[in-house]
Design a protein around this ligand. Structure first.
Ligand code: CP3
Length: 359
């Protein structure tokens, strides 16, 4: 099934997500969810099995467009996010990558100048051409009121996976390389920044309305290092896009910055900041929303747990943040154990408290 007729959620009234990102008042509060496509959906598990592996799924434009559409058929949302992974960029740079069941990603480690010099920046974005084909397919199939979000990982987070060789509880090797100001590490950051700019620009050329940059491990860095390895790389990515004539809004999800979110909002160049749930909603409203629109920040555990906390948490967000400055989302991605009926409930509560007619 493809084409616009598959989303039967009613009349189309413009892209609420783009309205908020571009400073206009939306017809309703836009909502989408990090990891809205994924293992909590049985149809995702089925398509993934059909694809063979997670990476085969990412590189198959037809199947990855299909899993991008899946949550939109179930829930009345305002955005689709490209189905892919932040670790495709290291792979395009020549790093071996695999996803092993129950283990998460495994990468060939990059830990010296010699390793960095082996990376192939030239042609890297071109090696991700199937991803742009996926973007184009999604863009053609979406209803007019649903925005398409492209994405990449932020350089700091991508570098942590490259240096550690996968997920790591403390990321100490990478944090030490940053604290020492290792030359090879700065070169690695430069390469990831350049590849990311080109990758995002091509997603936009293929039809992405906006892009989100995921800095899952932004909270790793202390004063001095945070500016150099989080804020500055974001600024370089935004400037790089603008320099290439790409003017779409950029959403920065720099997880775990705490009180440094204010500086991030002011100095990173992004048009919207994503927040995770430990950040008080009052802080989002009082400190961040006057600077730029905010996105987030419902606790994924609240969606797993359900009521009464889920309903209270949705109400708090909607009552505290003005519709024209808020993109309703989680503070991090859905867990595979999330009950689908709780997601349905969450969206219903959002529409109830927000007061707009359902689409
Ligand atoms: O729906 C969406 O959000 C779009 C697709 C998307 C995925 N990963 C699909 C995915 C996006 C935007 C990402 C981003 C991503 N990938 C991040 C940043 C956001 C975050 O979650 O912090 C990171 C750190 C990664 C790296 C990554 N990918 C890890 C550590 C893992 C293994 C852990 C896990 O959840 O299994 C992945 C795999 C992955 N990426 C899955 C999905 C749906 C699960 C793969 C599967 O089907 O087994």
């Amino acid at each position: 099934m493809s084409g616009r007729e598959m989303f039967d959620h009613g009349p189309e009234r413009g892209k609420a997500l783009m309205d908020v990102l571009e400073g206009r008042t939306p017809w309703r509060r836009p909502a989408w969810f990090m990891r809205q496509a994924g293992r909590y959906l049985p149809e995702y598990r089925e398509t993934r099995a059909q694809a063979g592996s997670f990476l085969d799924l990412c590189y198959d434009p037809e199947l990855s467009a299909e899993v991008t559409f899946q949550p939109l058929r179930r829930f009345d949302l305002d955005a689709a996010i490209l189905f892919a992974d932040i670790l495709l960029v290291p792979q395009a740079l020549g790093v071996e990558l695999s996803f092993n069941a129950g283990e998460g990603p495994v990468l060939e480690p990059v830990r010296s100048m010699e390793d960095v010099l082996r990376l192939k920046l030239e042609g890297a974005a071109g090696r991700l051409s199937s991803i742009y084909e996926t973007v184009a397919r999604i863009s053609e199939g979406l209803p007019a009121h649903v925005a398409l979000i492209g994405f990449c990982g932020a350089p700091w987070t991508v570098a942590t996976y490259m240096v550690e060789g996968g997920g790591s509880p403390e990321r100490l090797r990478t944090r030490m390389a940053a604290a020492r100001g290792e030359e090879w590490f700065d070169r690695l950051m430069d390469i990831v920044i350049d590849a990311s700019i080109e990758y995002l620009a091509r997603q936009v050329e293929a039809g992405a309305d906006t892009v989100q940059v995921f800095d899952t491990w932004a909270g790793d860095l202390g004063d001095g290092l945070r500016e150099r390895y989080v804020i500055e790389p974001f600024r370089r990515i935004v400037e790089g896009l603008r320099g290439r004539g790409v003017d779409v809004p950029v959403i920065g999800f720099a997880r775990g910055l705490g009180a440094a979110q204010e500086r991030f909002a002011k100095e990173s160049g992004v048009q919207c900041v994503g927040c995770s749930w430990p950040l008080p909603v009052d802080y989002m409203a009082d400190v961040l929303a006057p600077i730029c629109p905010v996105q987030g920040n419902l606790d994924p555990a609240a969606v797993m747990a359900g009521d009464p906390y889920l309903r209270e948490a949705v109400e708090r967000l909607v009552r505290t943040l003005p519709r024209e400055r808020h993109i309703f989302n989680l503070g991090h991605g859905f867990k595979p154990e999330t009950p689908i009926e709780n997601v349905e409930r969450m969206v219903a509560y959002l529409r109830e408290f927000d007061g707009a007619d359902a689409a």
